[in-house]
Design a protein around this ligand. Structure first.
Ligand code: ADP
Length: 228
């Protein structure tokens, strides 16, 4: 079976991180985090790492070219070792989407690319993010929901199930900040037009359902018949 490269596109709070973690834990998939990748290159003092370090220290954004080359490197190293990959948060812009598709189509011919658009109302996002708590231990950062009846409720009051550290809210999960982030997200939805124009199918995915149902329906959507 072809490896699946799954690009998750959805507003903050739509459950991309939650579904990504399930794919990693339950299906043995890999997840790309461009933030982690940057930190690793800087720590290992690679050629790319030195250039990113410089850009970050001088307060500049990392160029699309550098991100694309880091991602391409990462994919080449990983090729064949994991069944499939989740891309959550990258590619974000039209230029990044173009670079990414070019890399995938030129270098990885046994890959099926899925672009998955998470569909959810703004009201539900505000409710979910209002109930989102994360572990304040930077090494852990597990995500929970305090919404009554959620499978993501923490088991030990306001302590993390995994490391016992205190849970806290993210400052950008307050109502005003959420509305601002939604505005920015809708701007980045332009990348969707890029896929459509280039005949890359976009799978619309209704995520306004309980977590485990979202996971089951995701597997059906991308055609994974046999679950682990
Ligand atoms: P994103 O990564 O898209 O920003 P998260 O995965 O962090 O979103 O989810 C946002 C909040 O909503 C978290 O508190 C999470 O526990 C909760 N959540 C995620 N998926 C669902 C779901 N299907 N139903 C209810 N709450 C959810």
């Amino acid at each position: 079976m072809n490896a699946l490269y799954n690009i998750f596109i959805g507003p903050p709070g739509s459950g991309k991180g939650t579904l990504s973690r399930l794919c990693v834990q339950e299906l043995g998939w890999a997840q790309l985090s461009t933030g982690d990748l940057c930190r690793k290159h800087i720590k290992n003092r690679t050629e790319i790492g030195k250039q990113i370090d410089f850009a970050i220290k001088s307060g500049k954004l990392i160029s699309d070219e550098l991100v694309a080359s880091m991602v391409c490197d990462w994919l080449e190293n990983l090729a064949g070792s994991v069944p499939s990959i989740v891309f959550d948060g990258y590619p974000r812009t039209v230029v990044q989407a173009r670079d990414f598709c070019k890399t995938v189509y030129e270098k990885f011919d046994s890959v099926k690319l899925n672009v998955i658009r998470f569909i959810i109302s703004d009201d539900s996002i505000i409710a979910r993010l209002g109930g989102r708590y994360i572990c304040q231990n930077k090494e852990c950062q597990a995500v929970y929901s305090l919404i009554t009846g959620s499978v993501l409720n923490p088991k030990k009051g306001m302590g993390c199930d995994k490391c016992d550290s205190l849970l806290m809210r993210r400052p950008d999960d307050e109502a005003d900040a959420i509305l601002e982030r939604l505005k920015i997200y809708h701007h980045h939805e332009q990348a969707l037009d890029f896929y459509i124009k280039n005949k890359q199918e976009v799978l619309e995915f209704d995520v306004e359902k309980p977590v485990l149902q979202v996971f089951e329906e995701f597997k059906e959507l991308v055609g994974i018949v046999c679950t682990v």
